[in-house]
Design a protein around this ligand. Structure first.
Ligand code: GLU
Length: 480
């Protein structure tokens, strides 16, 4: 029987959860869910200088927002130091590792010399064969050693990656890397291997940038006598110009996307398609279908492009597919935040419910909702009088059109869409105007804008009083 699938997401809390890392987390999570396995969250916080306060919370918030629930953890490596120390000391006892007392100054000097001689950088292995006497002297001098791995002389290290196939590194290109630092904290390599083993991780799915670390991990597994997991390195994410994904392309925190009005389900769908596909053509895939159909085999080997236009399009698709109530509830916090202060808070939810269906079709991001609907919520409209004068119209006939409309509208007993349409279409003819001309004048008068949701619906939602008031104000504006 094969072991139950266990994957892990192992972020370092060194900043905000970037989209690239989140894409990796999505793959790990999906594979675990697809296989009915477990998804584990492990915080790799052993590089004490690089830790950013609050990063763990934002990482977890990003995962929760995307709906990537974890079954175990978060485990913190900083709480597991004894395990790494034990493993490192065992490797020293068994001859796979050694204490190194070289000072940072000496290492730096060595590095400079290697650069000057155009040699590949790496530890010169001075401490590999210290005598007991030499070690005792260093200890007596109070020098705290690091523990380095003794990379085998000669030979090769090979492993099979699910995506990249057989990968081989010459051992003599691998440095005698540090496993345990002098402060007792492990380096990434040791901690990662010890934990992947202890946590019974079956598949290590991680970014391609870790591929070159993997031979070190394999050597550690061999020395520790453990079975390595299956490695799955996922392709890099590039910007549209095929350079490394930068902030300008969208390499931002996942939480910034939340603030910009993207839906988590759109974000999940979009990110999973960077480097994975269902069938090379399907774009919109539900979360349930992703779980059902996700396989490692369809992860691509070539770098994938982050295309923000595609994300915007996809977000629009997901927004349109929401039911109106859901859309309203999601838009509400963006309205509260984005409408000008003069819009009375808390917003009248019954009114918001009537406004939102008018814009749902047009929205690509929830952040667009306040600007599109502002005129529904503020008292005074701010627009130049000339905006009222429609194409091929004059100040004179615009004034007339507004006056007559005001009168007729004020006589209406009901102000719903059909009533308005039945009044205004014939009225245009009566006034000798094209319907488009009259509608344009009225649109500007009641909204202060030239592009809005359909006019009659808009007027119906604004209501009779507001519309009449605004038309009167438009008349004043135009007369002055
Ligand atoms: N802590 C590493 C990171 O920040 C984890 C790499 C791995 O998954 O092994 O990405």
């Amino acid at each position: 029987m094969t072991a139950p699938v266990r994957t892990r997401f192992a972020p370092s809390p060194t900043g905000m959860p970037q989209v690239g890392n989140m894409r990796t987390a999505i793959f790990d999570w999906l594979f675990a869910r697809h296989c009915g396995g477990k998804f584990i969250l492990r915080i790799e916080d052993t590089d004490r200088e690089r830790i950013v306060p609050g990063a763990v919370e934002t990482i977890m918030e990003g995962l929760r927002w995307l709906g990537l629930d974890w079954d175990e953890g978060p485990y913190f490596q900083s709480e597991r130091l004894h395990l790494y120390k034990e493993a490192a000391e065992r490797l020293v006892r068994e001859g796979y590792a050694y204490y190194c007392y070289c000072s940072p100054e000496r290492l730096e000097k060595m590095r400079q010399e290697q650069i000057a001689r155009k040699q590949p950088p790496g530890y010169d292995r001075t401490c590999r064969n210290l005598t007991a006497r030499e070690r005792a002297d260093y200890e007596a001098a109070g020098i705290k050693p690091v523990i380095r791995f003794r990379v085998p002389d000669g030979g090769k290290t090979t492993f099979t990656d699910t995506i990249y196939g057989e990968v081989t590194f010459e051992n003599n290109t691998i440095d005698d890397f540090v496993m345990l630092k002098s402060d007792g904290y492990p380096t990434y390599h040791l901690a990662s291997v010890v934990d992947d083993h202890a946590m019974k991780i079956t598949h290590v799915i991680r970014g391609e940038e870790w591929l070159s670390s993997t031979p070190r991990h394999i050597l550690l597994y061999q020395a520790l006598g453990y079975e390595p997991p299956q490695y799955v390195h996922t392709p890099l994410i590039l910007g549209p110009d095929r350079s490394k994904l930068s902030k300008r392309h969208g390499a931002k925190s996942i939480l910034e996307y939340r603030e910009e009005g993207y839906l988590p389900e759109a974000m999940l769908n979009f990110l999973v398609l960077i480097g994975w596909s269902l069938d090379d053509k399907t774009e919109i895939i539900s979360r349930d279908d992703l779980i059902k159909y996700f396989t490692l085999e369809r992860i691509s080997k070539t770098s994938a492009v982050f295309n923000i236009e595609k994300l915007n399009w996809m977000n629009g698709v997901y927004i349109r597919s929401l039911n109106v109530e859901d859309f309203t509830m999601r838009a509400l916090p963006f309205l509260e935040k984005g409408l000008p202060p003069e819009a009375k808070r808390p917003l009248d939810i019954a009114y918001v419910r009537r406004v939102m269906p008018l814009v749902q079709e047009r929205v690509k991001k929830l952040t667009e909702v306040p600007a599109l609907t502002k005129f529904f919520f503020v008292e005074t409209l701010d627009y130049p009088a000339e905006l009222l004068i429609a194409k091929n119209m004059t100040r004179q006939n615009t004034l007339h059109a507004l006056e007559v409309s005001l009168k007729r509208l004020s006589e209406l007993a009901s102000f719903d869409e059909t009533v308005l349409e039945n009044l205004l279409r014939p009225l245009a003819e009566e006034l000798g105007l094209k319907t488009g001309q009259l509608f344009s004048v009225l649109r500007t008068a009641v909204t202060g804008e030239t592009a809005t949701p359909p006019l009659f619906q808009t007027m119906a939602v604004l209501g009779k009083d507001r519309c009449l008031r605004r038309i009167s104000l438009a008349l004043e504006k135009l007369r002055n």
